[in-house]
Design a protein around this ligand. Structure first.
Ligand code: ADP
Ligand code: MG
Ligand code: MG
Length: 247
């Protein structure tokens, strides 16, 4: 069942055209990877999908759950089931991980989350990510190591249960053990009822995730789609070939 259909998407930020006719289809049950050189527009795509106000859609359509969401507000997109992890998560002093997640969950579901019921769910998800219990009572991102911040993104995803989770370089800066744990968390979350879009530079995460599709994004467009073999090809040859084809 089709979940996301991006048709001929063009976007602009501060007078610069970044996405230049991007097409992408994602069905429920699938894991997709996007790779591409620095500055290609990968994070821009993630931000445009979430409705970041700095990015203007100048042409094309984003169809999510059979609905055009081009003009939908950010918080409504979250309620519809879109989720974006942040490449550089913010520190929020004075707010514990547990309170932050419980508030976010209440807001997205528009249902009050009971303290004890929520704590139980949170504990299960944290065990999956091999996070210490004390973690829930720490202030959000304050003094977190790189690995802890990344695990926190996955924890957010697991708690909020989005239909489409977009993970932007969630693996960058992680050691090999943390990559394994984070990948396992993503893989476990993946089901027939949702889809996952991972933006990454690293092949290691692909070994764990076993994605259905790998897309190469160059200069604001998806220029090639394949399976995991495409990622290995990139590792060997880099992006030069794709850049040359474009010019
Ligand atoms: P990637 O994630 O593929 O490395 P980005 O999507 O972050 O690339 O950036 C693509 C291009 O868009 C870059 O040239 C970047 O400078 C520009 N860009 C992205 N966001 C902004 C912004 N908020 N303001 C100005 N330029 C931006
Ligand atoms: Mg970048
Ligand atoms: Mg980026």
């Amino acid at each position: 069942k089709k979940l996301l259909d991006i048709k001929n998407l063009h976007s602009r930020v501060e007078e610069a055209e970044i996405l230049k006719g991007l097409n992408l289809q994602i069905n429920k049950g699938e894991i997709h990877i996007i790779m591409g050189p620095n500055g290609a527009g990968k994070s821009t795509l993630a931000n445009v999908l979430m409705g970041h106000p700095k990015h203007e859609i100048t042409d094309g359509e984003i169809i999510f759950n059979d609905e055009n969401i081009n003009d939908l507000e950010v918080n409504k997109r979250a309620k519809e089931g879109l989720f974006l992890s942040f490449q550089y998560p913010e520190e929020i002093p004075g707010v514990t991980v547990e309170n932050f997640l419980r508030t976010a969950k209440s807001s997205i579901t528009e249902e009050k989350q009971g303290i004890f019921a929520f704590r139980k769910i949170l504990k299960e998800k944290m065990e999956l990510l091999e996070m210490d219990e004390s973690y829930a009572t720490r202030y959000l991102n304050q003094g977190f190591s790189g690995g802890e911040k990344k695990k926190n993104e996955i924890l957010q995803m697991a708690v909020l249960e989005p239909k489409l989770a977009i993970l932007d370089e969630t693996d960058s800066g992680l050691d090999i053990d943390a990559i394994r744990i984070v990948s396992k968390g993503v893989k476990t979350y993946s089901s027939d009822d949702n889809a996952i879009l991972v933006i990454t530079h690293y092949n290691k995460i692909l070994d764990y995730l076993e994605p259905d599709f790998v897309h190469i994004l160059v200069d604001g467009k998806i220029v090639k789609t394949g399976g995991v073999e495409l990622a290995h090809e990139i590792e060997e040859k880099g992006y030069e070939e794709f850049k040359r084809e474009l010019s």
